[in-house]
Design a protein around this ligand. Sequence first.
Ligand code: ACO
Length: 324
Amino acid sequence: MTLRAVIKGTGHYLPERVVENSWFEDKIETSDEWIRARTGIERRHFADEGQTTSDLAIRAARAALDDAGMQADDIDAIVLATSTPDLTFPAVATMVQAGLGMTRGFAFDVQAVCAGFVFALANAEGLIRAGQARRVLVIGAETFSRIMDWEDRSTCVLFGDGAGAVVLEGVEGRGDSNDRGILATDLNSDGQYRDLLYVDGGVSSTGTAGHLKMQGNLVFRHAVEKLARTAHTALDKAGLSPEQVDWLVPHQANERIITATAQKMGVPMDKVVLTVADHGNTSAASIPLALSVAASQGRFKPGQVIVTEAIGGGLSWGSVVLRW
Ligand code: ACO
């Protein structure tokens, strides 16, 4: 018998304020046509002033608990992925814990930028398999609008705010690829590429939050090559082939990256969940948002194979293969 981490519920929250591409047109030299053609993004949500990452995360967490039919005290641990915490410390996960009224268990944050949710899922699965927790709330939540340089047209049009959450529960499986739950994970980082995508501020350097800097075209090239490779590695570990994939739920950074990766993986576009048009790049929140949106539309059927993959600053990248 093998303990598998099965998704029991999903939920998400997007701030009410919707910002269309046209909003940028009188602020910087750009156009709705350029943004759509180069990224697939049409609009994104921005948090209101005073609305924090933990506010978004708490709403997504409540929705995921409702979907799972569970209460906050049914949860043993919260693992939350973010690069835009409310405060330097404590962890946003502990703010979510308090916000949910959860009085037991433990909570911590994971920081792997846009790959954060994949890293959080893999860590949560490890906790479950090690017997440290039976039910884990895994959250991706971001307010990237707070670290944008609004004069840098090559980055400020790309990102949005939001949160997504899943509830994982340990369930006995047979130990083969027919089990439900997480079947394999693959995590990678290569710090020699840290200058391709970073924030130019921090506690121990500038004492400020800083602004996002990215060499987009270089990140793009790494993304297609590394995402296809990590997804193949995770599928290999799970004992599955790309033809057996029912759904690819990729990090939603750029539709052109998603299309090129799916093509490299040999997965047709009708099996790819796309939310980038409506959400923009919400970093660690993008995969749980996409999972929750697709699940709420009834697109995933029990027993289907789902592959997630993401790359972000670090560079850090990885993939999770699971059976719904
Ligand atoms: N509007 C109009 N023109 C623009 C804009 C804009 N908003 N932004 C850039 N341009 C211009 C550039 O200045 C450049 O002009 P030039 O040729 O006169 O110099 C031209 O468009 C082409 O620029 P590129 O950067 O080469 O354009 P590219 O096709 O690579 O698209 C993009 C840029 C969308 C950023 C793309 O490179 C990309 O998506 N990269 C990956 C981003 C990503 O995946 N990040 C993931 C991780 S995010 C995280 O971890 C936080």
